[in-house]
Design a protein around this ligand. Structure first.
Ligand SMILES: NC(=O)c1ccc[n+]([C@@H]2O[C@H](COP(=O)([O-])OP(=O)(O)OC[C@H]3O[C@@H](n4cnc5c(N)ncnc54)[C@H](O)[C@@H]3O)[C@@H](O)[C@H]2O)c1
Length: 445
């Protein structure tokens, strides 16, 4: 079912979020230009090639390039002339040497776009930003817009999950739009998202600050839930209790729920780590740092899991990793993605290598990105090749391919049948029956 009102819009910044948003808005019937300063990325998207791995996105991209609703450009002039509705989807990474978010890209979009606009325009921010950013960008836009031109900044945070980005964009579980007093940008957002709203997606209109905080609070909550179970995993390790059984048992309580209680190597990626840090930094600026000091613990618990995994590998190798052959299964920060930003898997692989192990990494999708971040690790082309002659195997990202590994066939490939399940996804009994020594985070198996 398609929404009735088809609109014109631009999406500025065509990374994981923006390329997906642009293609999916075209899929919903809108006419869309995606704009980025990265010429190689734009060239690739124009050719119908998604420059990252996202299931289902290549098909949506190709179809909408073909039907003419979707195009790409490196020109802000094209964007300004094409539409009155713009989505801002550039990165907000962690600033070097600070916990705060780097807002330079977001500001750059306003500085580049606004002086080119004429008439009435709305810019919907989708990037994850510290509370107060939208109001600041409104001031910046007001200072740059021509007399007689009005530019309204509204915030429409994005909740998509990499790996499910197409589905999450077309049928989101909620839509949040933050507007300043008197703005009617929410009515325009209702037209943009008419299809989802007709399909029953909740549509929440808030003030700007609330909309910015919704996104960072959601991520802080998810990070806290993961670190909660990983903190309990540390206690389980000290007492011989089993964190997986424990998570199953508490997860049956629907006030708690089993999701995001997967004990293991913890969270990473381009969002959660930098978002909780930016949230803490912003709280500090607001004089409310005490409110979020617990997030520092959340971050520490998360990072400790990586150290614990390296320590475990050292222990099973008899106290030293020097010269040991270690296989790391996984490089992406989570399955169904090729994103290696702040990946726990790569962090563990890197530490193992620095401690003298000969590390072989295999990932079904993230090899190219991993090579760029950690060129010194060994990379192989298949899981079988990765397992050959290994002294210890570390399962670091829970790809289905690794969950499905046959323990009997795998045992025949390695030098020592020792596996560390960093994601608690293997059938412990099956692996033991095949002759493996298996260790898992938070379990005494
Ligand atoms: N990746 C996700 O799953 C996800 C989910 C929700 C929210 N977010 C948020 O969305 C934002 C973007 O994240 P991402 O993962 O897509 O990042 P990304 O690094 O993949 O993409 C950012 C893009 O912006 C482009 N860019 C930078 N400066 C520009 C400029 N001045 N003009 C035009 N383009 C410019 C870059 O070239 C890049 O292609 C971040 O704030 C992130 O926190 C991401």
């Amino acid at each position: 079912m398609k929404g009735s009102a088809h609109m014109r819009m631009t999406v500025i910044g065509t990374g994981y979020l923006g390329a997906t948003h642009a293609a999916c808005m075209a899929e919903l019937g809108h006419e869309v230009i995606g704009v980025d300063v990265d010429e190689a990325k734009i060239a690739s998207l124009r050719d119908g090639e998604v420059p990252f791995f996202e299931p289902g996105l290549p098909e949506v991209l190709e179809c909408n390039l073909d039907n003419g609703r979707l195009s790409f450009s490196t020109s802000y002039g094209d964007a300004a002339a094409f539409a009155h509705v713009h989505f801002l989807a550039v990165g907000t990474p962690q600033k070097r040497g600070s916990f705060a978010a780097d807002l330079s890209y977001v500001r750059q979009v306003i500085t580049s776009l606004v002086p080119l606009l004429e008439g009435e325009h709305i810019i919907f921010g989708k990037s994850t930003v510290p509370v107060g950013t939208a109001a600041e960008l409104q001031e910046l836009a007001d200072s740059l817009s021509h007399p007689g031109t009005s530019v309204e900044i509204a915030w429409n945070p994005e909740f998509l999950r990499e790996g499910y980005a197409v589905k999450d964009t077309i049928t989101p579980d909620r839509i949040v739009v933050g507007i300043r007093e008197g703005s009617t940008a929410d009515e325009v957002a209702r037209e943009v998202y008419a299809t989802a709203i007709e399909g029953g997606t909740p549509f929440l209109v808030t003030d700007l600050a609330t909309s910015e905080l919704v996104k960072v609070s959601a991520n802080a909550f998810l990070a806290t839930k993961i670190s909660f179970i990983n903190a309990v995993a540390e206690i389980c390790e000290a007492t011989g209790a089993d964190v997986v059984q424990l998570a199953d048992a508490i997860g049956h309580d629907d006030r708690i729920g089993r999701k995001f209680l997967g004990a293991g190597l913890g969270f990473g990626g381009g969002c959660l780590p930098k978002d909780i840090r930016a949230f803490m930094a912003r709280a500090g600026e607001l004089g409310t740092d005490q409110a979020l000091t617990f997030l520092r613990e959340v971050d520490s618990i998360n990072m400790r899991r990586r150290d614990r995994m390296v320590q475990l590998a050292r222990e099973v190798c008899g106290g030293s990793l020097l010269g040991k052959r270690v296989t790391v299964l996984g490089a992406a920060f989570k399955p169904n993605s090729d994103d290696v930003r702040d990946s726990p898997a790569l962090s563990v692989a890197g530490s193992l290598s620095l401690q003298g192990a000969a590390v072989s990494v295999y990932d079904p999708q993230a090899m190219d990105n991993a090579r760029k971040v950690f060129p010194t690790l060994g990379y192989v082309d298949s899981v079988q090749e990765a397992l050959e002659d290994a002294d210890v195997v570390v399962l670091a990202t829970e790809w289905q391919e690794f969950r499905d590994l046959d323990p009997v066939a795998s045992a025949a490939l390695v030098a020592q049948p020792v596996i560390l399940d960093g994601r608690n996804v293997l059938d412990v009994q099956a692996w033991k029956d095949a002759g493996w020594t298996i260790h898992a985070l938070g379990r005494n198996v």
